[in-house]
Design a protein around this ligand. Structure first.
Ligand SMILES: [Zn+2]
Length: 342
C-alpha cells in the first residue's frame, strides 16, 4: 500500500488497476483507458437524464402548485428556497433532484388524498350534513357548463383566491377540456347531467342512471375518476319531472345515496337559471344570504350566462368583505337538500 492509496481511495483504485497492467501490453492500457472513458460518458449521461427528470418534475410541481392555491404555493416555494440553499453546499444536481422528488411526491400524495375524498365509492356514504362547519364559507356552484364562459369564471376565481364546484353537463364536447382545467386549478367537479333534457333523464330510474353514467365517463376522461357529487337537473325539489315520471325524485334520491353518490341542492340562488338578469340583479340575489354561515350558492356557467361572469367579481368581493372564504365542496361540506315534491 502506498501513501497515495491511503490518502485517496478512488485514486488508489485507479492506480492499482493501472499498476496491474504496467508490465503488460499497451493494448491493455488502451482497453483500460477506454473503460475509464466509457465510465465517464456513462456518468455524464446519467447526470443528463437526472437533470432532465428534474426539469420534468419541476414543471409538474408548477402546474399542481397553481392548482392547489396560495397556501400550498407558499409551502412549495419554501421547499424551493431550501433546495437552493442546499445546492450551494452540496453537489447541485443531486440536491435539486432530491428536493424536487420530495416536493413532487408530497404533491402526488395530496392529489391521491383529494381523489380518495371525491371519488365515487359505492361502499362509502356521505351523510346529509345539515349543520354548518362554523366557518363563514361560500360554496359557489356552477351548473350547466362547461362552455365558453368557464375559463373566464376560472380566471376570476384564481384572481380572488377562490375555489368553486362545477356540476357539469355533456352538452359541449368542445369545452370538455375545461372540466380538467377547473379540477387542476383546485375546483371540485360534480355530475349534473349528460343531456340536460328532462324528458330523457327523468323518463325512468334507469334512464336517469344511464344519463348519469354518461356524464360520469366524460368527467372520468378529464380528471381520471368518477366523482360522487351530483346535482339533479332542476334540483331535488323540481316538479318538472312529474310530467315525465310520477314519483321519480322520491325513487332517485335514496337510490343515488345507495350507490355511493350524494346530491347537493343550494340555499342561496343568484337567480341566473331562468331568463338573463342584469349583473346588478344577480349580485343582489346572490348576496341575500340571510344568516347562513355556510352558503351553497347556485350559479350557471352555460354560454348564455354572460351577466353571471360580469357579476362574479362583485359577488366574491361582497362575501369576502363580510369575512367569508370561498371553498370547493368536499365530503366535509354541509349538504343541503330541498324537500322532494315528486
Ligand atoms: Zn342545469
Amino acid at each position: 500500500m502506498s501513501q497515495g492509496d491511503s490518502r485517496n481511495t478512488r485514486r488508489g483504485t485507479r492506480r492499482s488497476d493501472g499498476g496491474s497492467g504496467m508490465g503488460k501490453k499497451s493494448a491493455h492500457v488502451v482497453a483500460i483507458a477506454l473503460v475509464v472513458v466509457l465510465a465517464t460518458v456513462g456518468i455524464a449521461i446519467a447526470a443528463m437524464v437526472r437533470s432532465n427528470s428534474t426539469v420534468t418534475i419541476t414543471d409538474q410541481t408548477d402546474v399542481s402548485t397553481s392548482a392547489d392555491g396560495s397556501s400550498s404555493r407558499e409551502v412549495v416555494s419554501d421547499q424551493s428556497a431550501s433546495s437552493a440553499a442546499s445546492a450551494t453546499t452540496d453537489a447541485s444536481t443531486s440536491a435539486a433532484s432530491d428536493s424536487s422528488t420530495s416536493a413532487s411526491s408530497s404533491d402526488s400524495t395530496d392529489e391521491a388524498a383529494r381523489q380518495s375524498d371525491l371519488e365515487l365509492d359505492p361502499s362509502r356514504t356521505t351523510d346529509w350534513l345539515d349543520h354548518s362547519n362554523g366557518v363563514k364559507t361560500v360554496y359557489l356552484t356552477f351548473d350547466d357548463g362547461p362552455s365558453e364562459n368557464t375559463e373566464k369564471v376560472l380566471d376570476i376565481l384564481d384572481q380572488y383566491g377562490a375555489h368553486a364546484t362545477f356540476f357539469v353537463t355533456g352538452m359541449r364536447s368542445d369545452y370538455y377540456n375545461m372540466i380538467g382545467e377547473a379540477y387542476r386549478r383546485g375546483n371540485t367537479i360534480g355530475l349534473h347531467t349528460y343531456t340536460h333534457d328532462y324528458a330523457t333523464c327523468y323518463a325512468s330510474v334507469d334512464a336517469y342512471f344511464n344519463d348519469l353514467d354518461q356524464i360520469g365517463q366524460v368527467v372520468k376522461d378529464q380528471i381520471g375518476y368518477v366523482p360522487y357529487l351530483v346535482r339533479f337537473p332542476g334540483g331535488s325539489s323540481n316538479t318538472v319531472s312529474k310530467s315525465y315520471c310520477s314519483g321519480i325524485m322520491s325513487a332517485l334520491a335514496p337510490e343515488l345515496l345507495a350507490r355511493g353518490y350524494q346530491y347537493y341542492d343550494w340555499n342561496v340562488s343568484s337567480g341566473d337559471g331562468g331568463g338573463v338578469l342584469s349583473a346588478d340583479e344577480l349580485v343582489a340575489n346572490a348576496t341575500a344570504y340571510g344568516n347562513f354561515t355556510n352558503v351553497i350558492l347556485l350559479c350557471h356557467d352555460s354560454s348564455a350566462k354572460t351577466t353571471t361572469v360580469e357579476a362574479l367579481p362583485r359577488i366574491i368581493e361582497y362575501y369576502q368583505s363580510q369575512g367569508f372564504v370561498f371553498q370547493a365542496i368536499t365530503r366535509e361540506t354541509v349538504v343541503v337538500h330541498h324537500g322532494i315534491q315528486n
